[in-house]
Write a protein that binds this ligand. Structure first.
Ligand code: PHE
Length: 441
């Protein structure tokens, strides 16, 4: 667009060639679902917060941040994919909609001398369209640090001080699989300046704290369901090794839920450079980031992530902060309508006649699948339940690539007419041509 600046809640931002944030995305900012009374995300947040007594909570941090906050302060390398315009919403070269709550870690370590904090907020990512992905979702960041000088003052080692705190976390009797060593020299290394016994103690505190959260959620979910068979299902959780630029070692927690391992959070020992740069070099500790929608879907049995944005009383009326959680009862499943669109990409510069590369999100000629997703969102809004690649091939003679996407059109609150669906699909096809320069087949 030709606009040279954009105003969001009274704040002005200059825009430049990096600007890729549609107004539909900006219009989500004032919603603040995680602070709406009786909203399932608010109730879920409060349930988790209640497992971290004494931690300071932050629920109103503004979502527009600098690339320094979102990436540099966390040690993201310059060429990290997360920085690309296909994955992240930019207002200008230095300004993004935060892609994770970790964007506020460094500032919070600097400002907030509390031992523990929890930050809940809306985050923004260009991503696929399906029932568990939405370009705006909510995360909770948690961190707990210890001041080395306190251990000294108390005449203990730091590891002892932390183990004493581990003992204060409620115990549970759920089976946890954690087969990997806390520290692995290549895959999950100890940081310079951290002793192994300190890292073991911090890891134990982190894992015990987060297992306590998951067990609390699962117990609430169990009492929310009237279905005896479902409530008999055993909770199984496992820790797996992970990698983040801003923690080491790092782990993810997965929950076995209705037949699948579901990743619910990322975590690890905070990179000491972040604490040093934040002016608290004497502190060491852990951090985690979890997806609130994932947890709320598990807690209430909410089947589609779009529902969180519903203002329909048939949705909102089912949740109350003052009563024990009850399982969500879908108010109706309106009919789905599937429509395909096939197109040729603009001819790619890559040589014709080669073997067809495997299906990928980014596939030459500047094409990225997230751009198709963005157009579907722009044209169809929440009526696009799912958009997926169903076919892809390279023409053996011309070397041109053909793609076929299938859109599932379904309104959450009513039945769509044929005319409406046809109209949406026709506009979607035209926008693909206008914005991506593809040739419809
Ligand atoms: N920010 C990470 C994500 O969004 C999660 C995370 C937070 C991992 C804190 C480690 C520590 O995936």
């Amino acid at each position: 667009s030709s606009q040279k600046e954009v105003t969001v809640e009274g704040k002005k931002y200059p825009t430049d060639s990096w600007m890729n944030t549609p107004s539909t995305i900006l219009s989500a900012i004032p919603r603040r679902l995680h602070t709406q009374p009786d909203h399932p995300l608010t109730i879920t947040r409060q349930l988790i917060e209640s497992r971290f007594p004494g931690y300071r909570t932050h629920n109103n941090l503004f979502p527009i941040v600098t690339t320094h906050q979102n990436f540099d302060s966390l040690g993201f390398p310059q060429d990290h994919v997360g920085r690309s315009k296909t994955d992240t919403y930019y207002l200008n070269a230095n300004t993004v909609l935060r892609t994770h709550t970790s964007a506020h870690q460094a500032d919070t370590f600097r400002k907030d001398e509390a031992d523990g904090f929890l930050i809940s907020a809306d985050v923004y990512r260009r991503d696929a369209i399906d029932r568990s992905h939405y370009p705006v979702f909510h995360q909770m960041e948690g961190a707990r640090t210890w001041d080395r000088r306190l251990a000294e003052k108390q005449g203990k080692t730091l590891a002892q001080l932390i183990w004493d705190d581990v003992e204060r976390i409620p115990k549970h009797s759920v089976e946890v699989s954690d087969p990997n060593p806390t520290i692995h020299p290549e895959r999950n290394p100890l940081q310079d300046g951290h002793a192994a016994d300190e890292t073991e103690a911090i890891a134990a505190h982190l894992k015990r704290s987060l297992e306590d959260v998951v067990v609390a959620i699962f117990n609430a979910a169990k009492s929310a369901t009237a279905d005896a068979a479902a409530s008999e299902e055993l909770l199984k959780i496992r820790w797996v090794e992970a990698y983040f630029p801003f923690t080491s070692p790092s782990w993810e927690l997965e929950v076995f839920w209705q037949g699948d391992w579901l990743e619910v959070l990322g975590s690890g020992i905070v990179q000491q450079s972040i604490l040093n740069n934040a002016g608290v070099p004497h502190r060491v500790g852990w951090a985690f980031g979890l997806g609130l929608e994932r947890i709320a879907m598990l807690l209430y049995g909410i089947p589609d992530i779009r529902l969180f944005w519903s203002t329909d009383a048939r949705f909102l009326g089912q949740f109350s902060a003052s009563a024990a959680p009850k399982r969500f009862v879908p108010f109706s499943k309106y009919p789905a309508c599937f429509k395909d669109v096939s197109f040729w990409l603009r001819s790619s510069s890559s040589a014709a006649g080669g073997a067809s590369p495997p299906l990928t999100a980014s596939t030459g000629a500047g094409f990225h699948e997230n751009d198709v997703m963005e157009i579907a969102r722009e044209v169809c809004g929440d009526v696009a339940e799912d958009v997926r690649l169903t076919d892809e091939f390279v023409h053996p003679k011309t070397g041109r690539r053909s793609m076929c996407y299938r859109v599932n059109y379904r309104h959450l609150e009513r039945t769509l007419t044929n005319d409406e669906t046809n109209d949406l699909h026709e506009r979607f096809r035209r926008e693909l041509v206008d914005k991506l320069g593809v040739e419809l087949r």
